[in-house]
Unconditional design. Structure first.
Length: 417
């Protein structure tokens, strides 16, 4: 698999094909938006134009780089990327390409029986890399189980993410080494952890911030609502970063909310902003703005990164059962990696030598990931019976014995051949 094959899967000629769920590429500002302004009546300026091919009034969102790779201006957020250099842009592109390659390799390894499960980030690279690169070293990050790109930005070796999915450990890294918490499987609970940590940061008088990641599905969880309440009341320095990838497994966003997700912040008394989640520059700028706001003691912010899950929810899911191919194809035309590559080439910020070198680096990463995973031990099949009860339990002992007999039957069958 080459960089080209993973970063540019669909021809750009398909950009004009969009479904009703995929028209979200307008460039209007929404920092601290109240939701009272309609898209039809308030869009002005270059940053407020709908992208070509959009049908109907798409959701208002911050956009600095269009799906066609054109840079647009935004008076509010341009200052947060004003110092970005061509080298920085190439770095963002490299981050996204290598993160996608790692993700594709992990998916393949699961299909080959090397991992029990994998949650792909395909299509969400810009949201994760942009927001991840906006954090400072002393900020603390609370992820879910899909933030492989954020982990990359925080310096966590990608191979350390795979042990849990192979069943050989419960995490694989020290959270305090990179200020990056272990993956959280329980949907939405990490937002409470992040809020509590942020309240502690404020009491300690530190000027660092906290960022919590979750998805559109998790936004319906009670833990998230409680986090919003506590963070608002205690003015906690936390950024809630929601990656709205349109689908909570098979449940579309419109079945979970009657208003755009970022507008939920209004009811709790803090600002919300919707950003083009396939625009790495916009995600970088908006997250920087929100984190700086938190560090100044101005409290929480909800950032909704409007993006799309181009793959399955996990490798146990089949999205073809509930999602139209036309919808996926429309979003593939807005691929975050292809978007930045187009801009780099048009601006003469990257040449073929850069892309060739990155392709070789991508291949090397894929090889290392395969080698590391295949060198991992098989998980301990009996570990599931440990620590169920503090003092043991007769039923657990019985189940352990039954499982041991079941495992032994395979050895007996082999000897009988």
């Amino acid at each position: 698999m080459t960089v080209e094959s993973t970063a540019a899967r669909k021809p750009r000629s398909s950009a004009g094909t969009k479904s009703a769920a995929s028209t979200g590429t307008t460039g209007t500002k929404s920092a601290g938006a109240t939701g009272r302004k309609t898209a039809a009546s308030k869009r002005t300026g270059a940053a407020a134009k709908k992208s070509p091919g959009a049908t109907g009034a798409g959701p208002e969102l911050v956009q600095l780089l269009t799906p066609e790779g054109k840079r647009v201006k935004d008076a509010t957020y341009d200052p947060y990327v004003a110092d970005i250099t061509p080298d920085d842009l190439r770095g963002l592109y490299r981050d996204m390409v290598l993160t996608r390659r790692f993700d594709a390799e992990a998916t393949s390894l699961q299909r080959q029986g090397e991992l029990g499960l994998w949650a792909s980030l395909l299509g969400q690279e810009a949201a994760q890399i942009g927001s991840g690169r906006a954090t400072r070293e002393d900020d603390y990050v609370f992820p879910t189980y899909r933030e492989h790109g954020v982990a990359w930005c925080r310096g966590v070796d990608p191979t350390n993410l795979l042990g849990m999915f192979r069943g050989v450990n419960n995490g694989g890294w020290d959270p305090n080494s990179n200020n990056f918490h272990l993956y959280t499987i329980v949907i939405g609970s990490q937002t409470l952890h992040a809020t509590g940590y942020a309240m502690g940061v404020a009491k300690d008088g530190a000027d660092s911030a906290v960022i919590a990641y979750f998805g559109d599905g998790a936004s319906s969880q009670g833990d998230v609502a409680e986090s919003f309440t506590f963070s608002a009341v205690y003015n906690a320095p936390v950024v809630f970063f929601c990656q709205n990838n349109q689908w909570a497994i098979s449940e579309p966003t419109e079945k979970q909310t009657r208003v755009p997700l970022y507008q939920r912040a209004q009811g709790f008394g803090f600002p919300g902003v919707r950003v083009d989640g396939n625009d790495v520059l916009a995600c970088l700028a908006v997250t920087k703005w929100a984190l700086e706001r938190a560090r100044r003691g101005e409290g929480p912010t909800l950032v909704e990164a409007y993006t799309y899950r181009m793959g399955a929810h996990t490798t146990s899911d089949d999205p073809t059962k509930y999602r139209a191919d036309e919808e996926r194809e429309a979003w593939e035309a807005k691929d975050p990696i292809l978007r930045l590559r187009t801009y780099l080439e048009a601006s003469n910020h990257a040449d073929e030598a850069f892309f060739a070198e990155l392709e070789a680096e991508s291949e090397a990463l894929g090889k290392r990931v395969r080698e590391v995973v295949r060198a991992m031990p098989d998980p301990d099949h009996f570990a599931i019976f440990e620590n169920v009860y503090a003092d043991g339990h007769a039923l657990v002992d019985e189940e352990r014995a039954q499982f041991a007999a079941y495992q032994a039957s395979f050895a007996d069958a082999g000897e009988g051949k």
